[in-house]
Structures are given as structure tokens and as C-alpha cells.
Design a protein around this ligand. Structure first.
Ligand SMILES: NC(=O)c1ccc[n+]([C@@H]2O[C@H](COP(=O)([O-])OP(=O)(O)OC[C@H]3O[C@@H](n4cnc5c(N)ncnc54)[C@H](OP(=O)(O)O)[C@@H]3O)[C@@H](O)[C@H]2O)c1
Length: 287
């Protein structure tokens, strides 16, 4: 049975990557349940257009924007500060912004972009809004990731791919980072009423990797006919963000609404603690 149009009434949801693909479908589905949905976007005009599209489609006008370039630590901090000035209580944070780049591109702060947008922005934004999530408890964080973490390791000697950049290596490393962060934060949030879970959507027809060549771009183009729609790809994210079925569930990994097993490395507590420290230092957070 589909959720009722007011199942999420009164809940504030912040969704990153809300201007395209899986994030946009997630924002649409949460708006359809009556939530106040804040669309994380890097381009205000694009955000406004999506906001209007979602309002037209759902009849929900409780939509807002958080403008931040998640490739920039400074921009993320500014976007989060603007958000917090308007929303002292947050009930759902969905981290879904992400990208694939075939080449090493450096962020405004001199870091590697895949690492920053796919991993570090999850870490940073979550910490910036954590007090609001605690104020909104019971609340939920859902991290969208990918199912390639098992192929990854965290290369602390070359985290930013300065010595040798491999796009797939960078992508997989960022996804392993999502898992390590999710499990570590779940341990640290025990007893706070803030739940955090992670999911991966399988192959989804989105803008991911569009215009990027190389093996990954080729693979994405070849596999595209087999991929699911953004709505199907978002289903588990939306379920984890909103369903009473998973109330209180935390520190788990889900695929197609089923609990799944991630790699042994993703559960490595020492690795998680080391990545946590490096991430906090890079973000200038004293945790
Ligand atoms: N599609 C798949 O098959 C698949 C499978 C597994 C995992 N994933 C993961 O899902 C994420 C991508 O989502 P998608 O597939 O829905 O792709 P998408 O259609 O390209 O959407 C990506 C979203 O992230 C936003 N974004 C990218 N860089 C940003 C930045 N610097 N600051 C703020 N927002 C930024 C984009 O904003 P703009 O609209 O401004 O570009 C867009 O809203 C990636 O992490 C990917 O690894 C995707």
C-alpha cells in the first residue's frame, strides 16, 4: 500500500543531490508524503526549477532550497549555516549527492573531487546538522552509496590521488568511506535517537557519469538499458527515510529494502577511526 499523503507531515527532510536522478526522485517521494523537503543543490536556478516541478507534481508547497557546492568545504559550511538558521530541527537527512569523474579534478580547497563530494561532504554536512537531527529525534540519516565498496581500500598514502589517480579506485574508495562513516557514526550515536543507515540502489538511469569517457563511462552506457528508473533506485532510500517499519533501526546496510552484508573491511573499526580523524582534520572540525 502506498504511504498516505500526510505520512511525513511536520517532518523536515534535507536531501542532497535533489536536482537529479536518485536524489530528485527521493525528494519527490518525500514531498508526496507531505514532508517539508529542503532540496540540496549547487545551482539555485536549477534548484528552483526542481522545486516548482515537485510542487506541481505533488501539490506540496512546503519546499525549500539549501544552496551549497558540496565540492567546497567552505560552501558546505555556509549552506548548512543558512539551513540551520531556518530549521533548528531536522528529522531526516538524505546524503545522495555524488558524481563520477574520469579525471582528477581539484576542489577549491585543493582536494580530489570524487573523494570530497562522495565521501567528505557526507561526513561534513552530517556533522554540521547533527545538533538539529538530535533536536528532531527520533530522526534518521540515510546515506546513498554504491555496491562497489568491497573492491576498495582506503589509500591513506595517496588519499587525494596526487601520486596516481584512478577514477574507479577513487569512486570505490569514496563508497567504502560511506560505509565506514555510517557504521562508525551509528556506534557514536547510540542512545541519541538519531538512526543512520546506508543503502545502494543498483544500476539506475541517471545523469551519473554522463559525458565521461573511459571504461566506466562505456560500461554505464552499455548497461543503461538494464538499469532501473530513478524512482525504483530511490525506493530503499525513501523507505529508510520514512517508513515506520524501520523506526529505530540503525547501523545497517540495505539493498532493495532487505538488510545486506557489506565487506569485512567496511566493518573495520580501526580503519573507520583513522578515516574519521583524517576527514575531521580536512574539514577543520574538532570532534
Ligand atoms: N546511477 C547509478 O546507477 C548509481 C548506482 C550506485 C550508486 N550511485 C551513486 O549515486 C550518486 C549519484 O546519483 P545519481 O545516480 O542520481 O546521479 P545524478 O543524476 O548525476 O545526480 C547527482 C546529484 O548530485 C549533485 N551533485 C554533484 N556534484 C555536486 C556538488 N559539487 N555539490 C552539490 N551537489 C552535487 C548533482 O547536482 P547537479 O544537478 O547540479 O548536477 C545531482 O543533483 C553517486 O554517488 C553514485 O555513485 C548511482
Amino acid at each position: 500500500m502506498p504511504p498516505s499523503p500526510d505520512a511525513m507531515k511536520g517532518k523536515v527532510c534535507l536531501v542532497t543531490g535533489a536536482t537529479s536522478g536518485i536524489g530528485k526522485a527521493t525528494a519527490m517521494a518525500l514531498a508526496a508524503q507531505g514532508a517539508t523537503v529542503v532540496l540540496g543543490c549547487r545551482n539555485r536556478e536549477k534548484g528552483e526549477a526542481v522545486k516548482q516541478e515537485i510542487t506541481r507534481a505533488t501539490g506540496n508547497s512546503l519546499l525549500d532550497l539549501m544552496v551549497a557546492d558540496l565540492a567546497s568545504i567552505e560552501s558546505t559550511k555556509k549552506g548548512a549555516a543558512d539551513f540551520l538558521a531556518r530549521y533548528p530541527k531536522l528529522h531526516v537527512l538524505v546524503n545522495q549527492a555524488g558524481l563520477y569523474l574520469n579525471e582528477r579534478v581539484v576542489t577549491p580547497e585543493g582536494l580530489e573531487t570524487i573523494f570530497v563530494v562522495n565521501h567528505l561532504s557526507y561526513f561534513l554536512l552530517t556533522h554540521l546538522v547533527l545538533d538539529a537531527l538530535k533536536a528532531g529525534a527520533p530522526s534518521r540519516i540515510v546515506n546513498g552509496s554504491g555496491g562497489i565498496e568491497a573492491a576498495a581500500k582506503i589509500d591513506f598514502d595517496d588519499l587525494q590521488g596526487e601520486k596516481k589517480f584512478g577514477p574507479f579506485k577513487a569512486l570505490a574508495q569514496s563508497k567504502l568511506g560511506n560505509f565506514l562513516f555510517t557504521y562508525e557514526l551509528a556506534r557514536r550515536l547510540e542512545g541519541t535517537g538519531v538512526a543512520i543507515n546506508i543503502m545502494q540502489p543498483g544500476g539506475v538511469k541517471t545523469e551519473l557519469g554522463k559525458g565521461q569517457g573511459g571504461a566506466f563511462g562505456f560500461l554505464m552506457r552499455m548497461m543503461r538499458p538494464l538499469f532501473s528508473t530513478p524512482e525504483q533506485g530511490a525506493d530503499t532510500l525513501v523507505w529508510l527515510a520514512s517508513s515506520p517499519e524501520v523506526e529505530g533501526v540503525t547501523g545497517k546496510y540495505f539493498v532493495k529494502r532487505k538488510e545486506a552484508k557489506s565487506s569485512a573491511r567496511s566493518h573495520d573499526k580501526e580503519l573507520a577511526a583513522r578515516l574519521w580523524k583524517v576527514s575531521a582534520d580536512l574539514c577543520g572540525l574538532k570532534l
